[in-house]
Design a protein around this ligand. Structure first.
Ligand code: MG
Length: 379
């Protein structure tokens, strides 16, 4: 099912008193809106409702995410209505641009709730007692266990919420969120798990106090690894990423000499803050004589996942004057994807010569460099 995301960014954010749209204010080196969009990257197509004055600036922030920017309206209801006309998915999630702390777990839960209950309204139970007041006097105190603070995203089937918003527009009424529109014209919205960290940046003080690190920043780590092996083994093949490749000489090594996998292993270990492969698989240890490097890679995957990390993408460069590698690249990618759990389209392998320069260029050996991006769970 195709999911679209509407991000509301057309407000003036007057309560923040920043003199401009608070979503354009910096948070950890980038505008608030940038982080919000980042949280939804890869979930679906993004449509941003923006005010005319902010169109250009928001367009620049939206561009790396391939998000569409459309004209908002005078009210939130009008803005969401406008944005809904640009959606074409099955499910739509509507989200406040001022909630950059939303996590993938909350987003996935919201989508799951739509599939199961036709709507998903992220919310957390109130810890404060809530009072309904008129003219400064408490008129009603709902039971606290029944009181929830409603957040976003709020998810719906597109046709249902689009119909509801058309009726809301025709009625001339204004609503502060989407669950109220759904409740009035479709049915009782279903709650799903929000997150106490998924706060809406509203007041100036929200920007001034020490904000928690963003999940996307806190939870990522990059790593790099390199390796070199020399030709000279009497053997008619080499092994790269577990793939046997015909060659007039093998690579000299204690293990099977899979220079590419060795670079990948060091990148993974390095990103996870662990020691290098020489520490875990010393070449003084007879157990690793002639070892299958793909088995060592499986062990490295166990080590990094025990440290809480999972690779998100993997990039590898191999420099070799011989043999020609082009026709083996797809098989090598598939092996690496399989061994690391990274989707094959997120594994990149480049192979090149060294223009006859240096030891690679003279055909004396092969060099490999790997780079990995890791996600830290519960980071
Ligand atoms: Mg090596």
């Amino acid at each position: 099912m195709k999911v679209d995301i509407i991000v509301c960014a057309a407000g003036k954010g007057e309560r923040a008193q920043l003199g401009r749209n608070k979503l354009l204010a910096p948070l950890y080196g980038a505008p608030v809106l940038y982080h919000t969009l980042g949280a939804f990257a890869g979930v679906g197509d993004i449509v941003i409702a923006a005010a005319a004055d902010d169109m250009e600036e928001i367009g620049a922030i939206a561009s790396p995410f391939g998000a569409k920017v459309v004209a908002g309206g005078a009210t939130r209801t009008q803005s969401v209505y406008n944005a809904l006309q640009h959606c074409d998915g099955d499910i739509v999630l509507i989200h406040d641009g001022a909630r950059p702390y939303v996590t993938r777990q909350v987003i996935d839960g919201c989508i799951g709730s739509v599939k199961q209950f036709r709507s998903g309204i992220c919310a957390v139970q109130c810890t404060d007692t809530v009072a309904l007041c008129d003219d400064g006097v408490i008129s009603e105190v709902p039971e606290r266990r029944r009181a929830f603070a409603v957040q976003t995203p709020q998810g719906f089937y597109l046709n249902e919420i689009k119909g509801a918003y058309a009726q809301a527009m025709a009625s001339g009424l204004s609503f502060t969120d989407d669950s109220s529109v759904y409740a009035r014209y479709v049915g009782r919205p279903h709650l799903c798990a929000g997150d106490r960290a998924n706060v809406k940046l509203t007041f100036r003080s929200d920007f001034e106090r020490g904000l928690p690190p963003l999940p996307a920043v806190a939870g990522q780590a990059a790593g790099i690894g390199t390796d070199v092996h020399a030709f000279g083994k009497q053997q008619d093949y080499i092994t790269l990423c577990g793939v046997k490749i015909a060659c007039d000489s093998g690579l000299v090594a204690h293990s099977d000499g899979d220079v590419a996998v060795h670079a990948v292993m060091d990148a993974l270990l390095s990103a996870a803050g662990l020691k290098d492969i020489g520490h875990y698989f010393p070449d003084s240890d007879e157990r690793y004589a002639g070892a299958d490097s793909m088995e060592l890679l499986a062990e490295v995957m166990r080590l990094v996942s025990a440290a809480g990390y999972a690779p998100v993408n993997l990039s590898l460069t191999i420099q070799a004057e011989k043999p020609r590698l082009a026709k083996y690249i797809d098989r090598m990618r598939a092996r690496l994807a399989d061994a690391t759990g990274v989707a094959v389209e997120r594994v990149g392998i480049a192979a090149g010569t060294c223009e006859r320069l240096g030891f690679v260029g003279q055909g004396l050996g092969i060099a490999a460099t790997a780079c990995v991006l890791m996600r830290k769970d519960n980071g």
